[in-house]
Design a protein around this ligand. Structure first.
Ligand code: COA
Length: 293
């Protein structure tokens, strides 16, 4: 079985309406495509309406599903409320919020302006908060059931990471919000989960984060125990499961999908992987000799 195959049965998301922030490109687009293939209605949002419209018509043609492009800067609560209303007007109800929109600057922290730091916090943390609050209030007010929020975080939400400090700070907040609301809003029939993806190349983010030949100098697949980067369908499979009813008992979970990348950086002796077999023979002989002596 190929790991790039589609995982769920064809009607797994039939009858669901899903909002994907940042759904116009990259991983958001890949997840949107699979949700459409599984029978969901999907609204995609970002600041760039033209890009959204192109993506929506491309995906509608490819999948036969219904994809609504909605212009919305998630940093602005009024725009988020307007987006929600547009989705309700079009589809009648909304079942899933996928907080995927993000921004990131790779930079020594002391080189960032206060405004640059704020920009990332505003998109990632405030944007996820704005959407979560607007959708949550709506669901609670209407006494709906069987709703869910899925947040895209990152493994450095809990390890932290140098050179992406605003993003790490904001994603840690999103993870705390995920776990907190999983408990608080379960009584309203709202589940909250998160995915922490490792390296899944996308044109936009990777060209911006690792411009020029940096991509070759820092080959991220070398940091992964499985020695490869992720395939978009692998992430889409996991996301589709987490927003489907098959995961109805999964709540407050963050699922890492990174080929073991972050644990490789964490384990104290993991760098011993560089030791060749012959050297292990010598080391073993030395250790045994020491024991005998
Ligand atoms: N490094 C450091 N600072 C930067 C920067 C960079 N690469 N790019 C912009 N900034 C600074 C700007 O100078 C400005 O600060 P100042 O006002 O003190 O000069 C501040 O950040 C805001 O910049 P601006 O261009 O106005 O931000 P924006 O709100 O228009 O867009 C993003 C910010 C992140 C949304 C934009 O870069 C973007 O679209 N990125 C693509 C999405 C993305 O990054 N995805 C990756 C997901 S991991």
């Amino acid at each position: 079985m190929e790991y790039t195959k589609k995982m769920l049965r064809d009607d797994a998301l039939a009858g669901k309406t899903i909002v994907v922030t940042g759904g116009g490109s990259g991983l958001g687009k890949s997840m949107t495509k699979y949700f459409l293939e599984l029978g969901a209605n999907v609204a995609i949002s970002s600041r760039n309406l033209e890009k959204l419209q192109n993506t929506a018509s491309e995906l509608e043609q490819e999948t036969g599903g219904k994809c609504l492009p909605v212009q919305c800067d998630v940093r602005n609560y009024d725009e988020v409320e307007q987006m929600l209303q547009l989705v309700l007007d079009e589809f009648g109800e909304v079942d899933v919020l996928l907080n995927n929109a993000a921004g990131n600057f790779i930079s020594p922290t002391e080189r960032l302006s206060a405004n640059a730091f704020d920009t990332i916090i505003d998109i990632v943390l405030k944007g996820s908060k704005n959407c979560t609050l607007a959708f949550g209030k709506h669901w609670i007010d209407k006494k709906t059931e069987n709703k869910s929020i899925l947040n895209i975080v990152t493994t450095y939400a809990w390890t932290g990471s140098a050179y992406v400090v605003p993003s790490a700070t904001a994603k840690a907040g999103v993870l705390a919000m995920t776990r907190s609301l999983a408990v608080e809003w379960a009584k309203y029939g709202i589940r909250c989960n998160a995915i922490a993806p490792g390296p899944f190349p996308t044109k936009g983010a990777w060209d911006r984060l690792l411009p020029g030949d940096l991509k070759d100098k820092f080959d991220l697949s070398k940091k992964v125990p499985l020695k490869r980067v992720g395939d978009h369908q692998e992430l889409a499979n996991l996301a589709a499961y987490l927003v489907s009813d098959f995961s109805a008992y999964v709540n407050g979970e963050v699922i890492t999908i990174d080929g073991g990348e972050w644990l490789k950086g964490a384990g104290q002796f993991n760098l011993l992987e560089a030791i060749p077999e012959e050297l292990w023979d010598q080391l073993e002989a030395m250790i045994k000799a020491k024991k005998r002596g």
